[in-house]
Write a protein that binds this ligand. Structure first.
Ligand code: 16C
Length: 247
């Protein structure tokens, strides 16, 4: 079989063996499983989720949570995108090659460790939010196929002695993010760009790691999350439109 470079790097259909022998595997497996399950749970019946942004098929909810005066509001977003698959969506979110093209909060990204084809460790510095100090983050990222037509990427903070927290001008923040995607197409038909729809659930909790003014933070939140999800999904649609559909 002839594979193009792009096909080879699509998220694998099963967990890479190299990941399952890595010391982080038990944590990666547990947190990914929990996050993917939570991502597909609705917000409708749950108390405390408030809608803060709505545009077309995109809906964004948050819960106001403060710990010692620090904003840690969990965010949950739902979206529907036509013409791309769950696997393609997760490919562009996971693969660092594309990150600078859609991630607008990013200043610098470094690949700290390549665990396997489906797991990486990243160090990222973010643009500074005035008047707070600049932030950085160190997190593993794992992409997996979960159920039928479903793929997800989970990102979760970790530690590494070569990247100690709060040693530079940056304050280390802590993040748990999950992008879970499920494709559907009419029963009895073959999936094509014309009949496929992908439902997205994006969940994020960011612990700012140190003081930052609550008002400024919530304002940044409200502006940046919708901007991210619209830009990212638009980017994927754009990248995919002249390529064969990858399921
Ligand atoms: O999930 C997203 N991106 C992934 C790949 O990069 C990955 C990243 C997670 C880090 C999320 C934390 C971002 C903090 C940015 C702070 C600076 C923002 C400056 C913007 C001003 C131009 O999973 C997409 C992430 C979309 C992030 C939206 C912004 C969230 C703001 C939350 C506030 C954090 C506290 C900062 C304390 C000063």
């Amino acid at each position: 079989t002839v594979h193009t470079r792009d096909q080879i790097e699509l998220p694998p259909p099963a967990i890479d063996n190299r990941l399952t022998v890595h010391p982080l595997w038990p944590e990666i497996d547990r947190i990914s499983t929990e996050q993917i399950q939570a991502a597909f749970e609705g917000v409708g019946g749950e108390i405390g989720w408030q809608l803060f942004a709505e545009e077309g098929d995109m809906r964004m909810y948050r819960r106001e949570v403060e710990v010692d005066g620090m904003v840690m509001d969990p965010l949950k977003a739902m979206h529907k995108v036509r013409g791309v698959s769950a696997r393609e969506m997760c490919h562009y979110f996971f693969n660092p090659r594309y990150r600078y093209e859609w991630e607008t909060t990013l200043e610098q990204m470094t690949i700290v460790e390549e665990i396997s084809s489906d797991a990486l460790v990243f160090h990222q510095t973010f643009k500074r939010i005035w008047p707070a100090s600049q932030r950085d983050a160190l997190f593993w990222s794992h992409v997996r196929a979960s159920s039928e037509n479903t793929f997800a990427v989970t990102n979760h903070s970790t530690t590494n002695t070569e990247y100690p927290a709060n040693s530079s001008a940056c304050i280390r923040l802590f993040v748990t993010v999950c992008l879970a995607c499920r494709s559907t197409y009419p029963a009895g038909e073959q999936p094509t760009r014309d009949n496929i729809t992908t439902s997205i659930a994006y969940c994020s909790t960011v612990n700012p790691g140190g003081w930052a003014p609550a008002g400024v933070l919530r304002a940044v939140y409200k502006r940046e999350y919708p901007k991210f999800l619209k830009r990212f999904t638009g980017y994927v649609v754009d990248q995919c439109k002249d390529k064969p559909l990858a399921i």
